[in-house]
Design a protein around this ligand. Sequence first.
Ligand SMILES: [Zn+2]
Length: 147
Amino acid sequence: MSERSMPHDPSAWACPHGQDARRGCVACYEESTDADPELSFWEVVAWFTTDRPIPIRTLQDVHHHGRRFALDQPSTPLVYLLTGHARAVDSVQAIAGVVGFLLHNRHVVTSFVVTETRATRRSAATPSGPVRSRQTDVWLHDRRRSR
Ligand SMILES: [Zn+2]
């Protein structure tokens, strides 16, 4: 992969381990499996592309493995949708953890490029007003605009 997939503001996407959240972070993934229940609960959606198709059978297997994650294929070939839940400090860490699921399952998805993410906070860690939904961004589109 070339530099074209680099974000225009890498620091905004750095998880606590210094990884780009959109590339996933195994440490965030592992932490999210045993997270402090005090942390906010996030619902994350990530669209990603792969070099080769993921077999239907594999997609179904992911559904069986965990309730926390689901892999779906929208109508476009080689574009997949990963949805997952994570407890995390913020949306970046939540995304890093959910995308980290793909890293953790390299036998399922050998290479991927996340093109868009969305993280929605479902419950707040501390009572601090209404639950806020934060749309992180549409990364590829932003990139084009920033040129
Ligand atoms: Zn991390």
